[in-house]
Design a binder for this molecule. Structure first.
Ligand code: IVH
Length: 684
């Protein structure tokens, strides 16, 4: 490259313009969550700036957005004294404790009016950012509250954190000569999950939870590692300020922060009494699982900063704030044993039996372990102390083994020699992580039971009142071996069962009778063909129009169906080459199972063909399952999360994150009433 003869005036101006534009678009992307240009367009600007700076190194300023990962690795972090201590918070877990805290505030402040700011308590890492003349010059961890570590090089890599405070926003407060901004750096849940999925695929150790992930990422001495971690920040308080600005309230502080380009949580609300505060807490807890950040409660602060000052602090805790804590979603427990469960398709899944532990509001005794690879990856032994996580209604998971606590008699976990239900050998197919019982459903009682449970489930034949325990009883008692046997059950047989009277027997027989009238998609789904879920079953039904053409379809004919790939096609072919499966279908039809004929159309030609719908919030008139079923029958796909591909969101009361996302993406949103009106229009 030619020697730098010094940049021209044009270069100097262009570099400054590009620095501003790049910083502007980074802010729109990372802080406001609303980019104005495509990633590729951004890259063009960024690359031009990099090229200019390379040609003329004097143009490379310390706050240039290209300099976010410029620092060489450190050998250790420099210690920093906090000008004002970083405090921790007192906590409340009940309405009474919160009420008492509010009363104490009122008593100390005399009869002054008090309002309170309510904010999510983010589970991340607390940091203090110092901006001098608008420029980020220091970023410190909390440490022991008095002394922390300077993690500036790492913090500079985080896109949501501006290197210079924005000064040109109209009406914005002038940036003071020094301002310390405090807040929480965290890992967004979705990006944490994606990061872990990639780590697993590479064979790396995943992070235990988003909080550990954030802490570990900030502890890196090499900022290039931090730069590749998905981190962001919400700013939540003013640590100190030198200059003219004298904010009056907490909510004003956050508005001014946002004006300077700092990221603040839009969920802040100011309330003036206990009931409204509790209302906020309830609403936030209800949408806890839809938030893209983990929270462990709500921080309630006296909103007026002068009142805060008058209240002061005691032993490192302010009197003017309190943390209302939710039930923990994580706890530790001990793995007492590992059982192997056999599923409907013979898949064998290890399940950990845990010392009963209260987590996320319930007592947990089991956690799924997914597969043997997962056990190997965690190096899990029976006897280990483990971290368990339970978010919302999700099945509890083991997040990791607590190291250094393995007892001397800990036991390795081995795959059993044979199927725990029927003793047949266990197979592992090719690269599949799943292992399976080599026997078919006719031989293996566990597969038989699971197959029957699937057959009678809501989205399949939907037999009312035929629960898991009863199926176990019927199979163990030798009364039922396959789905057709269900329809041959007699009143006498049923009434003789334990815990079953004449009345319940009648009811069950009526339910079985009613279930005979079904639909072709439900029937195909009920067969329990591996890889064939409700959506695929519906597509097959509409494509083939009846069950017989399905028997004879080869892989090629099957792959002509939308959404059917080679694996699904092969699984269907294998299923129907078993002559007993064909016989079973025949017996079921002879027993009276029937469905209205169905016109052969492709899913795309159905009223909602090619559309993707999402359901959120509570639905009153229709269960989730029924709503989903109706949509599938009309040709729609039903997805679990909102994305640019979503066609319509049905939002019932209590809708949270999905609704917000759909609104921001401009996706059509229907209330339940509108949704039902639409369904009637199509089904009449
Ligand atoms: S204010 C003087 N606001 O909770 C109290 N803290 O135990 C200053 N935290 O270390 C904290 N979200 O890491 C405040 N919206 C929020 C918060 C929050 C999370 C953390 C923070 C602090 C801990 C307090």
């Amino acid at each position: 490259m030619a020697k730098d003869n010094g940049p021209s005036q044009v270069d100097i101006e262009r570099a400054s313009e590009l620095r501003e534009q790049v910083a502007y678009h980074l802010h729109r992307y990372h802080v406001l969550d609303s980019p104005e240009i495509a990633d590729t367009e951004f890259d063009v600007l960024f690359d031009e700036l990099v090229a200019l700076e390379q040609a003329h190194p004097t143009l490379r300023t310390a706050t240039s957005p290209t300099q976010r990962v410029g620092a060489p690795p450190l050998s250790q972090f420099e210690k920093v004294q906090h000008v004002r201590p970083m405090l921790s918070l007192d906590k409340a877990t009940t309405r009474d404790e919160l009420e008492q805290w509010m009363r104490r505030c009122r008593n100390r402040l005399g009869d002054a009016e008090i309002t309170f700011s309510c904010e999510p308590k983010i589970d991340g890492v607390a940091v203090a950012l110092v901006f001098e003349h608008g420029e980020l010059t220091l970023a410190a961890t909390r440490g022991d509250g008095k002394e922390g570590e300077n993690i500036l090089a790492n913090v500079r890599t985080i896109g949501a954190i501006p290197l210079t405070l924005e000064t040109s926003t109209p009406g914005a407060i002038k940036v003071p000569s020094m301002v310390e901004v405090r807040g929480e750096i965290y890992m967004p849940v979705k990006r944490f999950e994606a990061f872990n999925a990639q780590a697993l695929a590479r064979g790396d150790k995943p992070m235990v939870n988003p909080r550990n992930g954030a802490a570990g990422s900030l502890r890196q001495l090499d900022s290039k590692i931090t730069a590749n971690r998905p981190l962001t920040m919400y700013c939540y308080s003013l640590g100190g300020v030198k200059g003219e600005w004298q904010p009056k309230t907490q909510d004003e502080v956050l508005r001014v922060f946002a004006g300077w380009g700092l990221r603040t949580n839009p969920a802040l609300e100011v309330v003036d009494n206990l009931d409204d505060c509790l209302g906020y807490i309830d609403r936030l807890e209800a949408r806890r699982d839809t938030l893209d950040y983990e929270i462990d409660g709500v921080v309630i602060k006296v909103n007026d900063l002068r009142q805060q000052q008058r209240l002061g602090s005691v032993t490192r805790k302010p009197r003017w704030a309190i943390a209302y804590k939710f039930a923990a979603q994580e706890a530790t427990s001990v793995v007492e044993d590992v059982d192997f469960q056999v599923g409907r398709t013979g898949a064998i899944t290890p399940v950990a039996r845990l010392q009963p532990t209260f987590v996320g509001g319930v007592t947990v005794t089991n956690a799924t372990l997914h597969n043997m690879d997962e056990i190997a990856r965690m190096d899990l032994h029976v006897g280990d102390r483990v971290m368990i996580r339970r978010a919302g209604d999700v099945i509890p998971q083991i997040a990791g083994v607590i190291s250094g606590q393995r007892p001397a008699d800990a036991r390795r976990i081995d795959l059993p020699k044979g199927c725990p239900s029927c003793g047949s050998s266990i197979l592992r197919q090719g690269e599949e992580v799943v292992v399976r019982c080599s026997a078919t459903r006719d031989f293996c009682p566990a597969q038989r039971k699971e197959g029957l449970k699937h057959f009678v489930s809501k989205l399949a034949l939907d037999v009312d009142g035929l629960g898991d325990k009863l199926i176990d009883q019927l199979v163990d008692g030798g009364l039922v071996a396959n789905s057709a046997d269900l329809f041959a059950l007699t009143h006498q047989q049923l009434a003789a069962l334990e815990r079953m009277g004449a009345k319940s027997a009648d009811k069950l027989l009526a339910a079985l009778e009613a279930a005979k009238q079904t639909t072709l998609p439900r029937f195909i789904y009920a067969l329990g063909i591996r890889e064939v879920g409700e959506a695929t079953a519906a597509a097959l039904a509409h494509h083939f129009g009846d069950i017989e053409p399905l028997y004879h379809a080869d892989a090629e004919a099957l792959e002509a169906v939308s959404d059917v790939g080679p694996i699904v096609a092969q699984s269907i072919v294998e299923f129907f080459t078993q002559s007993d499966q064909r016989k079973l279908v025949l017996t079921l039809r002879q027993a009276g199972v029937h469905w209205p004929s169905i016109d052969v159309v492709s899913m795309e030609d159905l009223p909602l063909g090619g559309q993707t719908w999402v359901l959120t919030g509570t639905l009153d008139a229709l269960s989730r399952t029924a709503a989903k079923q109706k949509l599938i029958e009309l040709g729609a796909k039903v997805a679990g999360s909102v994305s640019a591909k979503t066609t319509v969101l049905v939002a019932g009361p209590g809708a949270g994150g999905k609704l917000e996302k759909a609104q921001s993406l401009g996706i059509d949103i229907l209330t339940e009433a509108e949704f039902i009106a639409l369904l009637t229009q199509y089904t009449n």
